[in-house]
Design a protein around this ligand. Structure first.
Ligand code: NAP
Length: 242
């Protein structure tokens, strides 16, 4: 095991998560790249980044999270930074959305809570230090038609950030959220063209964000920012300021 600081990034095999893994590796972290189904993306990234490794797990399943934490303990023996990046959305009007869709969306946010609890208990409280960054969303603040459960989950994640920061204020663990606006990834690629155009017209900077622009703010919170906790940093090209 190396002496390098270790960062666990959930959903690291795709989109914003991959950019966060790259940015943290460039800062000298040994990165644990979590994935659920994107094994190929996570494995290719682990090859690209010095000393990185992959961890598989389904965040909607508590026993899978327990296994992830066990693997992390065996592989690295520490966790200095946790980025709760994984997220799940079902787009549909509330009137046609099924209860199972709601549960699938909420389960990933529940998983972020449980994973955080286990990582903090197993590694961060013992080390009396740690950084947690939760990737929420602008829509948890503004609302968004067709995304009622997703907006609820993301608002809940920011509330988790604030409550956890208070619980951990004297244990050396800082907890913050980064709330992206509309970022150019596969998640937004699937949006219909007219929705994309309507979104663009509302972005003062006139373009979608890049995954790297989220990653650099996450890295700032993970490595510097010693006097920031319980905060939501909005990264959205001026669409919404909090
Ligand atoms: P993405 O590529 O679809 O990423 C979602 C990630 O979540 C995937 O890596 C996926 O893992 C993981 N995931 C989903 N369900 C999971 C589960 N049950 N257990 C474990 N992992 C699960 O989209 P993205 O744009 O990079 O999004 C990253 C984060 O940013 C998400 O939390 C998203 O809500 C948030 N966000 C994105 C935007 C945007 O404009 N793109 C805006 C605001 C917020 P696998 O692929 O391995 O299954």
């Amino acid at each position: 095991m190396s002496d390098k600081k270790v960062a666990l990034v959930t959903g690291g095999g795709t989109g914003i998560g991959s950019a966060i893994c790259r940015a943290l590796a460039a800062e000298g972290f040994r990165v644990a790249i979590h994935y659920r189904s994107s094994e190929a993306g996570a494995a290719a990234l682990a090859k690209e980044l010095d000393d990185a490794f992959t961890i598989q797990g389904d965040l909607s399943d508590a026993s899978s999270i327990d296994a992830m934490v066990k693997t992390l303990k065996a592989e690295a023996g520490r966790c200095d930074v946790l980025v709760n990046n994984a997220g799940f959305n079902v787009n549909a009007p509330m009137m046609t959305m099924k209860l199972g869709d709601y549960d699938a969306v909420a389960a990933v946010e529940r998983g972020a809570w449980y994973l955080t609890k286990m990582i903090v208990r197993r590694f961060m409280f013992r080390a009396e230090s740690g950084r947690i960054v939760n990737i929420s969303s602008i829509v948890g603040h503004t609302g968004n038609a067709g995304q009622v459960p997703y907006t609820m989950a993301k608002a809940g994640l920011d509330a988790m950030t604030k409550s956890m920061a208070l619980e951990m204020q004297d244990r050396g663990v800082l907890v913050n959220s980064v709330a992206p606006g509309f970022i150019d990834t596969e998640m937004t690629e699937v949006l219909p063209e007219e929705i994309k155009e309507s979104i663009l017209s509302k972005i003062p900077l006139g373009r979608m964000g890049k995954a790297e622009e989220i990653a650099e703010v996450v890295t700032f919170l993970a490595t510097k920012a010693g006097y920031i906790t319980g905060t939501v940093l909005h990264v959205n090209g001026g669409m919404y300021g909090g």
